[in-house]
Design a protein around this ligand. Structure first.
Ligand code: PMP
Length: 404
């Protein structure tokens, strides 16, 4: 195959998707109205496929802080954290993130992707082992490839398989970084962290936990699944993002280990990319406060999540294993999934269409994500539009079966 020949597969996929109407990927929000509503295809649409779990993207104080920083500090830093791109705001944010997590050290990165990828390959090198959950995010996989370490996978959320692999590693377990996520973004399932930390401690391995989707969502203070399960002391490194519950962009790693501080010299995605803009840093510092004080928002988020999960279950859909802010609807037939996705959008509901290999199973997913900012009426509308898919299968033009 020629250098560019491999793009033909993408062209074929795009043409096939276009034959159903508009492209379901890269949908344009023509106007954003609020954390939960936008204009899509000229129509007011409920946004049920974002990661805006606490609905903080329009927080008035965060917007104001961002505007002030923009006016006072300019549009960008034009350089990396290691060169000219560390301002007082970056250090203040690191201090606040460390305090929030009760950890001694924090590093702020430009995106969550670069935090995760950078930390995985800063921590593990050629003589080490990376033992990762098979369903880990692309940023973890990419970090693994760049690290030069031996890469092993354990079956998703399977503690017995994790244990078996650590046992087989023998003395090399002490050179092993186990990587897992808290809340998984596709199926909305949660890692069995209590059992995992017990196993990794028994074998003397280190654990890096990606709380990208769990921060703000779990725990009394919103520190994530490790807080909720009371295992924070056993988690060596936590990485996460500002682009979900915190409603901005950027990433971080926190730890009590002094090696985190030294990772400033080792994480290439920290050293060789421009730092977050002053306005982003300023907004994030405000939304971090909101997350810390966000017990009511979290309660609302969970109420909305349970309502959506119960409504879709009652309507007859097959869903991810447990209620939570990510509610994944399994649809076995790709044609049906695409037709349903279009039908929902035409009826004012945007969800994420996810197709294999981006899904952890062979089914397609209509991935819904819920926000504390969704109103009961909006949640009701989402459920009603899904229920209508099963009630009027002919409307989609696709042969459908109940529960996909
Ligand atoms: N880790 C996980 C588990 C994620 O789901 C994501 C983004 N979806 C990232 C890291 C990267 O975060 P960001 O989009 O903020 O770069």
């Amino acid at each position: 195959m020629s250098l560019l020949g491999k793009f033909q597969a993408f062209a074929d996929l795009r043409d096939e998707l276009l034959s159903h109407g508009t492209l379901p990927f890269g949908v344009v929000t023509e106007k954003i109205l609020s954390p939960t509503e936008g204009i899509v295809h000229g129509r007011k649409t409920i946004l049920a496929g974002t990661n805006n779990y606490l609905g903080l993207t329009f927080d008035a104080d965060a917007v104001k802080a961002g505007q002030r920083a923009l006016a006072e500090e300019g549009t960008g830093t034009t350089g990396s954290r290691m060169a000219n791109g560390t301002y007082a705001g970056h250090l203040a944010l690191e201090k606040e993130i460390a305090e929030f997590f009760n950890r001694r050290h924090a590093l702020v990165f430009t995106t969550g992707f670069s935090a995760t990828m950078g930390m995985v390959c800063a921590l593990a090198g050629r003589d080490d082992v990376l033992l990762i959950d098979a369903d880990c995010h692309a940023s973890i996989y990419d970090g693994c490839r760049l690290s030069g370490a031996e890469i092993l996978r354990f079956r998703h959320n399977d503690v017995a398989d994790l244990e078996k692999r650590l046992r087989r590693l023998g003395e090399r377990a002490a050179n092993t970084l186990v990587v897992t996520e808290g809340l998984y973004s596709m199926l909305g399932d949660q890692a069995p962290l209590e059992a995992m930390v017990e196993v990794k401690d028994r074998y003397g391995a280190c654990l890096l936990l990606d709380e990208a989707h769990s921060m703000g969502v779990f725990g009394n203070r919103g520190r994530g699944l490790a807080e909720a399960l009371d295992v924070e002391d056993e988690v060596d490194f936590v990485v996460g993002t500002f682009s979900k519950s915190l409603g901005s962009i950027g990433g971080f790693c926190v730890s009590n280990r002094p090696e985190l501080e030294l990772s400033r010299f080792a994480a290439r995605s920290y050293i060789f990319t421009a730092s977050p803009t002053p306005s982003i840093v300023a907004s994030t510092r405000v939304t971090l406060q909101r997350v810390a004080e966000g017990q009511e928002l979290r309660a609302q988020l969970w109420e909305n999540s349970r309502r959506l999960y119960a409504g879709l279950t009652e309507a007859g859909f097959r869903l991810g294993p447990e209620p939570g802010p990510v509610v994944a609807v399994f649809v076995d037939c790709q044609e049906t999934a695409i037709a349903w996705w279009h039908d929902l959008l035409e009826n004012g509901v945007y969800v994420n269409l996810v197709m294999p290999p981006a899904t952890p199973s062979t089914s397609c997913l209509l991935r819904c994500s819920i926000s504390a900012a969704h109103t009961p009426e909006q949640v009701g509308h989402i459920v009603d539009r899904f229920a209508a898919l099963l009630a009027e299968p002919q409307a989609t033009g696709a042969a459908v079966t109940k529960a996909g």
